[in-house]
Design a protein around this ligand. Structure first.
Ligand code: FEO
Length: 426
């Protein structure tokens, strides 16, 4: 099968290090990947061949409908009987579509996968009856091809649990899987030859790697010490010119800019609200003022009516705690609140502190609905939200203030004890 190219003219492997060939497939006509990603330049499924004095390794395969091109390039270099090793850095179907057929053609080859890939491999190869052998590897396990050594780096959740990287020691080539990849199809293949793909690189990071920033930073600890001459990802250009700048860029993208701005010793609390008649806004102001009384917390207040989703998502990603205020209209929270709460798939919210508040006229369901959504996003809701019928009284505003203090104190690890109120200050 072929994916958008004339296979007769795409039969050649491309050597980019001694004995190391690109044998992937081009998919220039693809315009949407995995339902959710736009691919204005199409994509590539990069597979690689490493020849050693005592064996040949295939590293990753391609999407099933591109397999004809992959096998043609492979056959231009080796007989199937020469293949001793198949490495799978990641088992998503865009890299394992050709695997069953490759295993049929090279049954002697040993499969190498990460420990976390086992269940996925078994599921993938169910049609083959489960009769296959494989070896699981962890960081610093190696496979010898005679004069070539493949060393594995365990890099889970970039962006699936199974993901790993493979480093060819003698050539300084990192086969990085989806890491450092992008959906950018250009037959010139190399980062110093293709068009300007910076947008695609950052877009790919934002949609694929961004939710896993802590895992990216862990992986970089393994990657940064390597002698890197080239990075060979599974999508997009091979990074042979100044590969380390892509590593540096990943570290920048994965490091909180807020931490750089306010220092690591402060916690960030962001309060968002919508208000119909000013009552929820009044509550938001009191909550903010209460939180602001707590030392070590940077509190920000935003009216959702005056903002756009993308910058708010950046704020949300870097915040340690989030509060959402909404009036209840027809038994529901208002649309701008739902819009932002439904746009958070690209960031990790797990463990962040959340809370809700709002004024209502009849029934006041919005607060509980927002809390439920936050729990669904794996956020922690330590305190029941504040609900006020219509116009908040002084006592209810005080309740809001205490709510803000409690959230802020929870952030700083201080006891959320009731505040002592000086009514003269009210
Ligand atoms: Fe390119 Fe996660 O597969």
């Amino acid at each position: 099968m072929s994916c958008g190219v004339d296979v007769a003219s795409h039969r050649h492997a491309v050597e980019f290090a001694d004995g190391v060939h690109w044998i992937g497939a081009l998919d220039p006509t693809l315009r949407t990947f995995d339902i959710i990603l736009s691919t204005a330049n199409g994509t590539t499924y990069n597979s690689y061949l490493v020849r050693g004095s005592e064996g040949v390794a295939v590293i990753d395969t391609v999407k099933e409908n591109c397999s004809e091109e992959f096998f043609a390039r492979l056959e231009s270099q080796v007989d199937y009987s020469d293949i001793t090793v198949i490495v799978l850095n990641h088992l998503e179907p865009d890299h394992t579509g050709a695997l069953p057929e490759l295993m049929r053609r090279a049954p002697q080859a040993q499969l190498y996968i990460s420990q976390r890939a086992t269940s996925m491999l078994k599921a993938l190869l169910k049609p083959m009856g489960g009769d296959f052998d494989y070896t699981t590897v962890m960081t610093n396990d190696t496979v010898s091809l005679g004069n070539r050594t493949l060393r594995f780096l365990h890099t889970p959740f970039l962006h699936w649990p199974d993901t790993q990287c493979t480093y060819l020691e003698e050539e300084g080539v990192l086969f990085s899987g989806d890491v450092f990849g992008c959906h950018y199809c250009d037959k010139r293949l190399f980062n110093d030859l293709v068009g300007d793909f910076r947008f695609s690189f950052d877009y790919y990071y934002a949609h694929i790697m961004r939710p896993f920033k802590p895992h990216v930073l862990e992986a970089l600890k393994l990657i940064e010490p390597l002698q890197l001459r080239q990075i060979a990802p599974t999508h997009g250009p091979i990074l042979r010119e100044r590969p380390r700048r892509y590593v540096t860029h990943y570290r920048e993208l994965s490091t909180s800019s807020l931490t750089r701005e306010i220092g690591g010793d402060q916690q960030s609390l962001v309060v968002f609200y919508m208000s119909s008649y000013g009552n929820t806004a009044r509550m938001a102001e009191e909550i903010t003022a209460g939180a602001d009384d707590v030392e070590g917390v940077r509190v920000s207040l935003y009216d959702l009516e005056g903002g756009e989703t993308d910058p708010f998502i950046n704020l949300i990603e870097e915040a340690d705690a989030l509060l959402f205020g909404s009036p209840t209209i027809n038994g529901d929270a208002v649309k701008p609140v739902w819009e932002i709460l439904s746009s958070l798939a690209v960031v990790s919210l797990k463990g962040k502190i959340g809370g809700a508040f709002g004024s209502y006229g009849w029934s006041g369901e919005a607060v509980r609905m927002i809390e439920d959504r936050m729990r669904g996003l794996k956020m922690h809701i330590p305190f029941e939200g504040v609900r006020v019928k219509l116009i908040p009284t002084e006592e209810e505003l005080q309740e809001c203030r205490e709510f803000g203090q409690q959230i802020a104190q929870r952030l700083t690890g201080k006891s959320p004890a009731k505040a002592v109120i000086d009514f003269a200050d009210l």
